[in-house]
Design a protein. Structure first.
Length: 138
């Protein structure tokens, strides 16, 4: 089991339903708003690096969701990164979205991924999952 709460012990139909729920959470208005906020927060980091398995470290290094927390001024030191329900509630996002972000941040790359590589991969992942923004002048 990981910080995301994901497990390999799931049958095919449950997995299909789960992936559908994750996709819906990511496509929805709140999910898209959070992904955009996360992209902006990551871009604003002083150093293009992301950590794994934690929201924030003592030196101030953060994961992708932690970047949002840092941008919002959330005290994440008392927040248990493995309590995905608490993390989702703190960030005001769907629990499935929080689990997907945690999984992608921590386990979506190679086993020897550097913090810089994780940043590049997660930024690209967020960009891939953001829908184009429609404006009146289009």
């Amino acid at each position: 089991m990981s910080r995301s709460g994901y497990s390999h012990d799931i049958d095919q139909w449950d997995l299909i339903r789960w992936r559908g729920a994750v996709a819906a959470a990511m496509r929805g208005k709140h999910g898209q708003a959070f992904l955009l906020e996360m992209w902006k927060a990551m871009t604003a980091l002083p150093s293009p690096k992301l950590i794994a398995n934690s929201l924030v470290e003592k030196d101030g290094a953060v994961c992708a969701m932690g970047a949002v927390g840092k941008q919002r001024g959330i005290d994440m030191s008392a927040l248990d990164p493995e309590n995905i329900e608490g993390v989702a509630g703190t960030f005001g996002i769907n629990q499935k979205l929080a689990m997907e972000i945690a999984y992608m941040n921590d386990e979506g790359g190679s086993y020897n991924e550097t913090p810089e590589d994780r940043y590049v991969r997660m930024k690209k992942w967020v960009e891939t999952n953001l829908k184009p923004i429609e404006t009146d002048d289009q």
